[in-house]
Design a protein around this ligand. Structure first.
Ligand code: SAH
Ligand code: SF4
Length: 364
């Protein structure tokens, strides 16, 4: 006989089948799942949300992921690269406003010119951040161990690299088949980052073409098996200038993708009590209260956009990305109100280091 949601939630470990039952829960069962996740968040990481200021510092990308609006072959995008001064002024804003961390995100490039530019930028950020009050996160795709080390030594201490889809067959349907779009290389990047000493984050997209509920259950098991410190995951949102757009009619409705994303957050919080989980911008794209609901359901990180407004049109990974016209200050006020609505306080003046990471390093 199938187990009930109540029975599953009373266990300490979940099988793939248990996870599928939770992902498909409706009505009171669904409500119960969210309540449990909220209680676990409160007991383990507290009702606190950390600000991670996002700087989308370049949209130049050497890759051609089938889902992404800034992929190399999209000729309609005006490419940009923020100047050092533009980045530093936003970093200063984050420090002055007691943000927990910043994320420098860009398209993937492995050329020496780019990697050295990032190193010198990190060194200048370290000068501003001399008291180490700000966590410095990178999200720049797959690099060599040497480059990860160089950036770590220059002051970066966290790295986000989504596995995108933990099923290699699904991964292959979302990417070109060549050396730079290789599942094993992506997986290896996660291992290298952990080896070098980064707080390591990963994540997946939810509601992708060809993706099943089994795949999503396995994605959750993947995060646990790989001892991940931080997770950012959210709904896949189609973009008309990408190859995956042709499958748009086969997708589940956006609101169902959103609901599944919310359940993924809640279940992951129950499975991995001490990690950091982001309430992602893609969740807000579908539901105006998307991030608030995610915070209630277990997320504890939110990513205010610090990219100067004039560049934001150039960083449309997917359609209808929200807040295209809000400068950092407006964004902050808006988020403060939103977080208060969710019942959390903001972790101002704390770096919000993943407790899981601290425990993982202490075990070594
Ligand atoms: N180039 C880096 C970082 C920038 S892309 C990298 O790929 O790792 C950041 C994330 O945006 C990706 O990991 C992907 O999960 C997400 N993304 C891209 N296109 C998307 C889409 N159409 N819908 C939802 N998320 C998308
Ligand atoms: Fe480039 Fe990242 Fe977009 Fe892939 S997801 S095309 S690597 S920016």
């Amino acid at each position: 006989m199938n187990k009930t949601v109540q029975e599953i939630l009373s266990q300490s470990d979940f099988s793939r089948e248990d996870l599928m039952t939770l992902l498909l829960s409706e009505g009171d069962d669904r409500k119960h799942l969210f309540e449990e996740a909220h209680n676990i968040k409160k007991a383990n990481v507290g009702l606190k949300t950390y600000f991670r200021g996002l700087l989308e510092f370049s949209n130049i990308c050497a890759k051609n992921c089938y889902y992404c609006g800034i992929r190399r072959s999209n000729g309609k995008v005006d490419r940009y690269f923020l100047t050092e001064e533009e980045v530093l002024s936003q970093v200063k804003y984050a420090i002055d406003n007691q943000y927990a961390s910043i994320v420098l995100q860009s398209g993937e490039r492995t050329d020496k010119k780019f990697t050295s530019q990032v190193t010198s930028l990190l060194k200048r950020i370290a000068e501003l951040n001399e008291h180490r009050e700000l966590g410095v996160t990178l999200s720049m795709g797959e690099q060599s161990e040497e480059v990860y080390r160089e950036w770590f030594e220059a002051g970066a201490n966290r790295y986000l690299i989504r596995i995108e889809a933990s099923n290699p067959e699904l991964y292959n349907r979302l990417h070109p088949h060549d050396k730079i779009h290789d599942y094993d290389r992506r997986l290896e990047a996660i291992r290298l980052l952990q080896k070098v000493g980064y707080q390591t984050g990963t994540g997946v997209m939810i509601g992708l073409p060809f993706q099943s509920i089994t795949d999503l259950a396995d994605d959750l098991l993947f995060m646990k098996e790989n001892d991940i410190d931080m997770v950012g995951m959210g709904p896949y949102i189609e973009h008309h200038d990408t190859p995956l757009y042709q499958y748009k009619d086969s997708l589940m409705p956006q609101k169902d993708r959103y609901d599944l994303s919310l359940k993924m957050v809640a279940i992951l919080r129950i499975m991995m009590k001490d990690i950091n989980i982001a309430a992602t911008t893609a969740m807000q794209t579908i539901d105006p209260l998307g991030r608030e609901k995610a915070i209630k359901a277990g997320a504890n990180v939110i990513m205010p956009n610090l990219t100067p407004v004039k560049y934001r049109e150039g960083y449309l990974l997917y359609e209808d990305k929200p807040c295209l016209d809000e400068e950092a200050e407006e964004c902050k006020t808006c988020l403060e109100a939103r977080i208060a609505m969710s019942g959390d306080e903001i972790g101002y003046g704390e770096t919000g280091t993943s407790l899981h990471y601290q425990r993982r390093m202490n075990k070594k």
